[in-house]
Design a protein around this ligand. Structure first.
Ligand code: GLU
Length: 509
């Protein structure tokens, strides 16, 4: 690659960042890092009517949580700032005027009412999709139809106007997309888009192209929803006489059933977040986020990376550094990527297992400052529960019996496994437990085996009832490990209390 790689993530601050947006940011980040390039954040807020307070902060915070912070952007510095379009407002008009001067754009004075009227009339004549284009412009009020003197006068009088692209007639626009190959569109299918608005602000199209050029962006990597705008952008580069950046349009994120785009409404409806972090609307409505649900950023990023890209090998677990090494735009697919909530949980489980016990223990301590366990005991608890938990905090709820004697007992295990003679066996087992001087998992296990052998009992006849009498549940980490963790005194005291309770419950059942 000859030019230095400079890529940008250019969200509009119209609300929280959808996970599709995070994926766009991630691919830009990976691409930049892979080629020792620069990852830039640019806030595209030219549409002031859609501005949502707090959205920019949300975006920065979410990217920071994901570990994919840009190196140039608002508040981050960089030689190409400002990085918020509204702060660049003054620089766009001259570019728009240059296009007018070069006959690539024109002033249009049609009012909103006049445009509505034309649309309405067209609709009544059976043309529901009227457009301001190379044909219809001839009958509209613009600098191509009005005498020059009138145009000058209207502008001098301060009459509102917009600047529109003068879309060439019947020409082929072509550009190469790094994911989709050649894209060819006939200009007859494109309208005379507004480039500069009557409020003195550029539209997305003009600002985006001017900024990508002036910020020396080498590759535009963005969502597929921008593909229809790309021919206009390609024409704008030509009109300015600029070399266009490379384009790569990423596939859509689809609903789990493959039916349509994953939208912000889907998340809480289908039971999974679509946002990286929680977002509360001005009306107080909460959209849940992965962070607050307890996901590790590593898991979230790993899952997102594989939604639309594949490494070409069976490897699924990737750290951010490994993703940088493995990533390539060539392996991004053209077709939409189905979001899979179950797989997302699998990534979380896998990443949770890879965390050091001490790290998880510290996190649990922070979540529950009142925990009475010592650091060492908490770490052991983590070691016991890690293989079964999806989220760190599950360990304290699923493993609540590691902290205190259960008050509820799993009825199904009780009914299935508690026989007439079970209480007697367990009473005898208690005596054996009492006799173990060094209460380690290994010692408990060998005592247990000896006990079974002596009594001629199968493992199932005693182990499950034993577990039930100590933990209240029918499954969990190795029961000898659990016993050693609780200690002899606690195990025996629980059994003493619970055995009579359980045999009574069985009689009632
Ligand atoms: N502001 C656009 C957005 O909200 C950016 C599109 C682009 O990257 O060109 O996604």
């Amino acid at each position: 690659m000859s030019k230095p790689v400079r890529v940008r993530f250019a969200p509009s601050p119209t609300g929280p960042l959808h996970m599709g947006g995070v994926r766009t940011a991630l691919y830009n980040y990976l691409f930049a890092k892979k080629f020792n390039g620069t990852f830039i954040l640019r806030i595209e807020d030219t549409d002031q009517t859609r501005f949502v307070p707090g959205a920019q902060e949300y975006i920065m915070d979410a990217l920071a949580w994901c570990g994919i912070l840009p190196t140039e952007g608002p508040g981050l510095g960089g030689a190409f700032g400002p990085y918020i379009q509204s702060e660049r407002k003054e620089m766009y008009r001259p570019y728009a005027e240059t296009l007018v001067a070069n006959d690539k754009a024109y002033y249009a004075f049609d009012t909103a009412e006049e445009l509505d009227l034309v649309r309405e009339q067209a609709k009544q004549m059976g043309m529901p999709n009227w457009q301001y284009n190379s044909v219809t412009r001839a009958s509209m009020k613009n600098s191509l139809t009005l005498p020059q003197s009138e145009v000058t006068k209207r502008i001098e009088d301060g009459e509102p106007y917009v600047i529109r692209m003068k879309m060439p007639r019947n020409e082929e626009v072509r550009f190469q997309d790094l994911i989709r190959g050649w894209v060819v569109v006939n200009t007859n299918n494109l309208d005379d888009k507004v480039l500069f608005k009557s409020d003195g602000m550029p539209t997305y199209h003009l600002a985006n192209v001017v900024d990508d050029f002036t910020m020396q962006i080498s590759h535009v990597i963005r969502g597929e929803e921008w593909l229809p705008s790309a021919p206009l952008h390609a024409l704008l580069y030509q009109a300015f006489g600029w070399e266009a950046p490379e384009f790569a349009h990423l596939p859509l994120l689809l609903r789990p059933d493959g039916n349509g785009k994953l939208s912000k409404r889907d998340g809480d409806r289908l039971g999974f977040p679509v946002f990286p972090t929680n977002w509360t609307t001005a009306e107080g409505e909460l959209y849940s986020g992965y962070r607050e649900k307890g996901y590790l950023p590593e898991a979230f990023i790993n899952m997102l990376a594989l939604l639309g890209w594949n490494p070409g090998t069976p490897q699924e677990l990737f750290s951010l550094e490994e993703l940088v090494d493995a990533f390539s735009l060539e392996r991004v697919s053209k077709s939409g990527a189905k979001f899979d909530p179950e797989k997302t949980k699998w990534f979380q489980q896998s990443w949770l297992r890879m965390q050091p016990d001490a790290t998880i223990a510290a996190e649990l301590r922070a979540l529950n400052p009142d925990l009475s366990l010592s650091d060492a005991a908490l770490e052991t608890l983590v070691g016991l529960m890690k293989e079964r938990a999806t989220f760190a905090r599950d360990m304290l709820t699923d493993g609540a019996y590691l902290l205190k004697n259960p008050t509820e007992f799993d009825g199904e295990t009780l009914r299935k496994k508690w026989k007439a003679e079970t209480t007697e066996y367990l009473k005898e087992w208690m005596l054996r437990l009492d006799g173990i001087s060094d209460f380690t998992s290994a010692n408990i296990e060998s005592a247990f085996k000896a006990f079974l052998e002596e009594k001629g009992l199968g493992i199932g006849a005693v182990l499950l009832p034993y577990r039930l009498s100590v933990t209240g549940v029918g499954a969990g980490p190795g029961m000898f490990d659990v016993s050693a963790f609780l200690g002899k005194e606690e195990v025996l005291s629980r059994m003493k209390t619970n055995l009579s309770l359980l045999s009574n419950l069985v009689h009632e059942a």
